[in-house]
Design a protein around this ligand. Structure first.
Ligand SMILES: [Zn+2]
Length: 145
């Protein structure tokens, strides 16, 4: 496995399309449906072939916007899958904090003591070892930002 290539892939900022995904879908629908329908109606009225060309251009742009959105979603889902894998790998560990206490990786409770075997908030039963962020996990903090 080529590590440098993997690192470059995961240095992409975390994509979250919740805030703007509907706008991209709306833009695609505009070019795929609304503009072509308008062009079709105007073409029927005025009998000009230029509207047929405009309709085809609009549909082409709509497909490009759709392909862009599918690509964006694919990257986002890959990132989400990687985050989920990392989370499921560490959720049974306690993370040692600077103040001497520990953090539950399942629920985020930061008041755990070293000798506690279960989280008092979520009930997670911990592994015996304390989790320390290995070097290969550092990228997760980069692309969650
Ligand atoms: Zn917990």
């Amino acid at each position: 496995m080529n590590n440098s290539r993997t690192w470059r892939w995961f240095n992409i900022k975390k994509i979250n399309s919740i805030g703007y995904g509907h706008r991209i879908i709306g833009l695609a629908l505009l070019f795929l449906a609304l503009i072509p329908i308008c062009c079709f109606v105007v073409e029927l009225i005025f009998q000009k072939t230029i509207f047929s060309t405009l309709r085809n251009i609009s549909i082409g742009i709509g497909f490009l916007v759709s392909l862009f959105f599918i690509g964006l979603l694919s990257i986002e889902f890959c990132q989400d899958k990687k985050i989920e894998q990392q989370y499921s790998n560490i959720r049974r560990y306690k993370l040692k904090l600077d103040n001497g206490k520990f953090e539950c990786q399942s629920c985020g409770n930061r008041q755990l003591m070293e000798n506690e075997k279960n989280c008092v908030i979520c009930g997670m039963k911990f592994n015996d070892n304390t989790w320390k962020c290995p070097k290969k996990f550092n990228y997760c903090f980069i692309f969650i930002v």
